[in-house]
Design a binder for this molecule. Structure first.
Ligand SMILES: [Fe+2]
Length: 267
């Protein structure tokens, strides 16, 4: 079995002809399914684009969302739409709604999008302002109240997804598979957040990483040394590949308007 892994494809930035070309490239890999680690489109377009992609590829598409998928929208509304989509389209699996998937008898797939949690780097002194806090209604509301209200909201979102991922991991390890693949959007460790080949600066790290998910992964992978864990993520658009014992983390490289297949994941 082989899966095409995609991340940060931002398909709303390209026209229908370019999207069809990209779908054909995916079909040509002869993969059995597709894994997407977030930033597929934006809130007003993500449902139509996923339906379009599922229609053209005609293989199961397992995905989580990234921060861009909520742009011009509200988080709960997007989640409700993804839950509906997962119910109505038998090729589409938003992993937070579909739950754990058994890819084969020894390999399980789980996923939660996650959010940057401001805990790595130096949030206090950072002057970085991401578009997230202008383009996502829930974050915009907090940002106008102040920098620390925004941080509180980021952490609330990140922690809620981390708890869900912790539960998914608990369920997956209880069945003792050889391998667990985890889709998430935001890299979980400082070392995985690169920019031009070096670890991102302390001003960007608060917005590029989810420390809370990193902490959970560290604990669970150390408690289950016989299971191999593979985390596929994106968000920074800079490739990274790190390994801590039985935990491997791959971050995809991405460029706006040039969606690409990161690699084939063979199980
Ligand atoms: Fe992102």
């Amino acid at each position: 079995m082989q899966y095409a892994w995609l991340t940060d494809i931002h398909l709303n930035f390209i026209d229908g002809v370019a999207r069809q070309k990209f779908y054909r490239e995916i079909v040509n890999t002869k993969c059995d399914g597709v894994l997407i680690s977030g930033d597929i489109a934006e809130a007003p377009s993500v449902v139509d684009i996923l339906n379009e992609m599922a229609g053209c590829i005609d293989k199961p598409i397992y995905f989580v969302l990234g921060n861009h998928d909520y742009y011009r929208g509200q988080i709960q509304e997007v989640h409700d739409a993804m839950t509906e989509l997962t119910k109505n389209n038998d090729k589409l699996f938003w992993l937070p709604a579909s739950g754990m998937q058994k890819l084969d008898s020894n390999t399980f797939l789980i996923g939660q999008g996650g959010w940057a949690d401001g805990r790595l780097g130096d949030y206090r002194n950072s002057r970085v302002v991401l578009n997230d806090s202008r383009m996502i209604a829930d974050l915009f509301q907090e940002k106008i109240l102040g920098k620390y209200q925004l941080l509180e909201k980021m952490q609330q979102l990140a922690d809620a997804d981390a708890v869900k991922l912790q539960n998914d991991l608990k369920e997956a390890v209880s069945q003792n598979p050889n391998k667990i693949i985890i889709l998430t959007h935001v890299p979980p460790f400082r070392e995985a957040c690169l920019h031009e080949g070096a670890i991102s600066g302390d001003d960007w790290l608060p917005f590029f990483s989810s420390k809370v998910i990193g902490d959970i992964l560290t604990t669970v992978t150390q408690q289950n040394p016989k299971i191999e864990f593979l985390v596929l993520c994106g968000h920074t658009h800079s490739a990274a590949n790190i390994c801590y014992g039985n935990l491997a983390i791959e971050v995809g490289k991405a460029e706006y308007c040039r969606p690409e297949i990161q690699k084939k994941i063979v199980i």
